[in-house]
Write a protein that binds this ligand. Structure first.
Ligand SMILES: [Ca+2]
Ligand SMILES: [Ca+2]
Ligand SMILES: [Ca+2]
Ligand SMILES: [Ca+2]
Length: 343
């Protein structure tokens, strides 16, 4: 009897769980996508047509932009992407590793910075599906074998700042960069002495881990013996740190963050656009970013209007929260669900 029970148990345990189906995947356009040397995937609705497009950073070939053209239904591929690298203008041949999207010039569209094994590149989004190389005018084209980059407003003056990490194999002392925005599209490297205790770096991520409102920094240094991993707490004074708002976009159930959503903040009094952010939990390279979009607020801004645009099903749907008082959200995030979307 014991043997029969054991056999029955073995048979039952080996049977597939009725709650799961075997995973199945279809290779989408392998002739288009399957290129060696890719480093980073970055999803964004770059052309504003309501679906997520794919930017792929490649180390040994020009970067590529793939436009999502949706389902065909004409007997062709079930889903179709088109390589728009040439027409977008961002097929730069430099050896790219990290990617960071951010509206650096605050004109409402997302620009792109790529960290490369060579001079880094900032591309301004022209708003029509094309990009312009702005590296030289904004002095961000460092040549330090860069690996990753993350944008964030470090000092809450409303202007975006940028951390770029660098790596050289086998060398412990490789300098990272903190580019503080000086306004007018100008930046200067202002890496504080405390961040000079460096190592060759890969991952970098902002997160307000202490909940005081400003962005803190973790840098993953990976030299075998001379590198040291660092966690840095932002020492902005309490009053300035509190001038901030963090917004997260979630789905209609309120449980899942929606990467690819875009968040804009406007001054309620003047209507001025204060910034645009991408909900991008996997930006940069070798790191998972924190979910909320972080906004530092310049002095004088009291209430803000929050616009969250969800990208799905071939349309962009925007939820608006008017007259938000950032002080009401100190130490927590403003969570905006997609359930009451407006077209
Ligand atoms: Ca799109
Ligand atoms: Ca822009
Ligand atoms: Ca700043
Ligand atoms: Ca903080």
């Amino acid at each position: 009897m014991r043997a029969i029970l054991l056999l029955a148990c073995v048979a039952a345990c080996a049977a597939p769980d009725a709650g799961f189906s075997p995973a199945a995947f279809d290779r989408v356009q392998p002739e288009l996508f399957e290129t060696p040397g890719a480093q980073s995937n970055s999803w964004i609705d770059y052309d504003g047509d309501g679906d997520l497009d794919l930017f792929v950073a490649l180390r040994d070939q020009p970067n590529r932009m793939f436009r999502n053209d949706g389902a065909r239904g004409d007997g062709g591929p079930a889903w179709t992407f088109t390589d728009v690298t040439a027409e977008s203008g961002i097929g730069d041949p430099r050896r790219t590793v990290g990617v960071a999207w951010f509206d650096y010039d605050r004109d409402g569209d997302l620009d792109i910075f790529v960290a490369t094994y060579g001079p880094d590149v900032l591309w301004r989004n022209n708003g029509d599906g094309t990009f312009t190389d702005l590296t030289d005018p904004v002095t961000l084209g460092v040549d330090y074998h860069s690996t990753s980059a993350v944008w964030g407003d470090v000092d809450h003056n409303g202007l975006p700042d940028l951390v770029v990490t660098s790596y050289l194999s086998g060398i412990a002392a490789v300098e990272d960069h903190l580019f503080m925005s000086a306004g007018g599209g100008r930046f200067h490297n202002a890496l504080p002495a405390s961040l000079l205790e460096h190592g060759p770096s890969h991952g970098v991520a902002w997160a307000d881990f202490d909940g005081d409102g400003d962005l803190d920094l973790s840098i993953a240094n990976n030299h075998e013996t001379g590198g040291t991993h660092h966690l840095y707490r932002n020492l902005l004074d309490a009053g300035a740190a509190a001038r901030s708002l963090q917004v997260v976009a979630v789905d209609a159930t309120g449980r899942s963050v929606v990467p690819g959503a875009e968040v804009q903040l406007l001054d309620s009094a003047s209507g001025e656009l204060l910034g645009t952010r991408l909900i991008d939990t996997g930006g940069g390279y070798c790191s998972q970013g924190a979910a909320p979009a972080h906004f530092g607020l310049p002095p004088g801004v009291e209430r803000v209007d929050v616009r969250v645009t969800f990208v799905a099903d071939g349309r962009r749907s925007t939820v608006v929260r008017e007259g938000v008082l950032p002080a009401d959200y100190q130490g927590r995030w403003l969570t905006v669900p997609a359930h009451d979307q407006k077209r």
